[in-house]
Design a protein around this ligand. Sequence first.
Ligand code: SF4
Length: 366
Amino acid sequence: MGVLEVGQALGFPRAEVKGYLEAYLGMPLLELGAEADRQRARRHPEGNVSYIVDRNINYTNVCVTDCTFCAFYRRPKHHESYTLTYEQIGEKIDEAKELGAVQILMQGGHNPYLPLDWYVGLLRHIKENHPIHVHAFSASEIEIIAKVSKLSVEDTLRELKDAGLDSMPGAGAEILVDSVRGRIAKKKTDTAAWIAIHEAAHRLGMRTTATMMYGTGESMEDRLEHVLQLKALQQRTGGFTAFIPWSMQAQGTEMEGTPPATGVEYLRMVAMARIVLDNVDNLQVSYVTQGPKMAQVALRFGCNDFGSLMIEENVVSATGTDFIMPEPEMRRIIEDAGFTPKQRYQDYILVEDEPERARSYGVALV
Ligand code: SF4
């Protein structure tokens, strides 16, 4: 099935999908960007660009899924494999809070030695000893935890939520087209399962983000199909807070040699996403993969959020791509692009509007 047929199966009129496709493929770049910028301005008329201060804690790099684009993971028993202890994770959270973090993002490999009890114990340990918003465990991690523990996805999510999981990141989506997934990540969650896990999380009242990793050799139709999958789920649940696309960083991976996606492709991608995903409020730039200057331009192509000021990042940097920046630098970059930087929480409430929430985590606000 092509994107027109998939779009129809998802409930979108053929003419609507055709219109998106024609704009994405054929509209001059600056016209496409101007339309996306108009939509960004209508949705966020105050001229703010938000960001969150958080720490990305990769609790284990043990993984059995062997994605061809991944430089981060190690097979079980590899001499560089690791799993952090609860205490090590707690120390990282305390360090992050001292630097102003209001959230931790926890993601790891598909570690077959970690059952649900390990995750439940970790979440309880964090909530009791290092309270903070926990944004953690992508759909494919949820799937492996459920399999290892012989539980349904719903029961797994419910137990994690009860133990303290606040929201879920959208990682592992790559391209939500099974023919592409079969080529780059054949052991990973398929499209229907990725969507079903996010839908189950939304049903339980958890908000999640949605991502896309493009530039794997997929077509532009495939990219539009991915965005339509997200739009259809958002129509059913309203559970996505944001969409975050980035291009594959292939250095040091099995896919090294794949021609890198260009800056023009990135701008077309974010502009198309802003226009098509009219039911998702926030569109994040990926300065970690695109660099600060392209991120500034993307703020005029539909993006309204700078994502996270990551105190630690291990997955993209494993490929040699490393655009981590200090907070004053991020604020300057946003201001120089003509916007007002605003620190936020995971749910996009601004920290200045609810300072007591940060204080309840023990974060001292300046
Ligand atoms: S991307 Fe995630 S699931 Fe795939 S190999 Fe890397 S750590 Fe494992």
